[in-house]
Write a protein of this length. Structure first.
Length: 242
């Protein structure tokens, strides 16, 4: 008796594209179900938005003869900064103490070696300004209140609620993926069927710090440039092929 062995050979075609990886699976005998024949595409959608808020960092730093003296003096300057912020309409919930520290400062000379010159006390505030157009005047008020004891570390334009931009980016990502999938299906002589799966990878909205002016430099015309921020959504979609 002659035995005939039947083998089903499945071929997988993988195509690399600029915006992602496209995987097309087709059974060689053409008798597969809809889940046996599929195409997987990555789509990317990016929306640029103008930030509507500003976050900035202010540090009160004072040198005193003792720990207690330095901390007391720093606390007075911090209270003045806090009062200026409240006078400008900044809510308590938007003023956060990021750091409080007291430590000795040293100098070194060849003759005397290491010597304590005083004690440095500092308190750092992380402040959120919910109306970006007010940022310049609020920063100026902080510098005026704290005087030479205040340093501004940086300013970060930010978007308070990126959900609308995320939704637009999501729609753009779907359109991008579907356009490419339709194109490949047409080139392969078939058409798209139902969606089998979809995965999303959303990129957070990052705020990049920009250098700020230190206390003591004229800040009577502080202007914060907001620029733009990108909201990006990346999706991976698998369609069945008809």
């Amino acid at each position: 008796m002659k035995l005939t062995k039947l083998r089903t050979i499945a071929s997988i075609i993988t195509v690399s594209a600029v915006a992602g990886v496209i995987a097309l699976a087709l059974p060689a005998n053409g008798a597969g179900t809809s889940t046996d024949r599929y195409i997987t595409l990555t789509g990317v959608g990016t929306i640029s938005v103008v930030p509507d808020a500003v976050r900035f960092n202010a540090t009160v730093s004072v040198l005193g003869s003792t720990n207690a003296a330095a901390l007391s003096s720093a606390s007075k300057s911090a209270a003045a900064v806090r009062a200026a912020l409240k006078d400008k309409g900044i809510a308590v919930k938007d003023i956060r103490s990021a750091n409080i520290s007291v430590y000795p400062e040293y100098t070194w000379t060849q003759e005397a070696g290491t010597k304590i010159t005083g004690y440095r006390a500092s308190q750092t505030f992380d402040v959120l300004i919910r109306k970006a157009s007010d940022a310049g005047s609020i920063i100026e008020a902080v510098v005026n209140a704290g005087g030479d004891n205040v340093q501004l570390g940086g300013v970060m334009p930010t978007t308070l609620n990126p959900s609308a931009a995320t939704e637009d980016a999501r729609a753009a990502a779907v359109a991008n993926a579907k356009s490419k999938a339709t194109s490949y299906a047409k080139l392969l002589g078939t058409s798209l069927g139902k969606v089998i799966s979809l995965e999303e990878q959303s990129s957070p909205v990052y705020s990049s710090p920009f250098p700020m002016t230190k206390a003591g430099v004229a800040a009577d015309a502080v202007e914060v440039d907001l620029g733009e921020q990108d909201v990006t959504v990346t999706i991976t979609v698998r369609w069945a092929l008809n």
